[in-house]
Design a protein. Sequence first.
Length: 153
Amino acid sequence: MRFMSADQMSIGEMLAATVPMARTLNLEFGETSPERAVVSLPDQGDFHNHVGGPHAGAMFTLGESASGAIVLAAFGDQLSRAVPLAVRADIAYKKLAMGPVKATATLGRPVAEVVAELDEGKRPEFPVGIEITREDGAVTGEMTVVWTLRPNS
């Protein structure tokens, strides 16, 4: 997979261009920085579950996409030498989600620490925590995605 540089397009545009599922769900990329990424899933009937809220798979994709956005914001300058890959994920559905939902991702390790491991020739792993909320602020889901930076061979 080839990513365009962050100077050429926003991280949201980059993800929409390279990850078809983000386009399919019409995800909206808001704030994206190495400290925090916010992605929203509009309320869309085609992606509802049996009780009329966003399907669990759509919420998983929302959270994973928010984690990807923060990974690109934090490590975009490393793309010439390593590819970011999700290693594993865990999600807990806490409350019924109805209407639009928003995922907020935060990096679980300092960027410099991860880059230092990459510099040592290691394949660093790091967690990204994601909180999924309804419009009223209630937390409907909590997720962790563990990512790695796989050095290019």
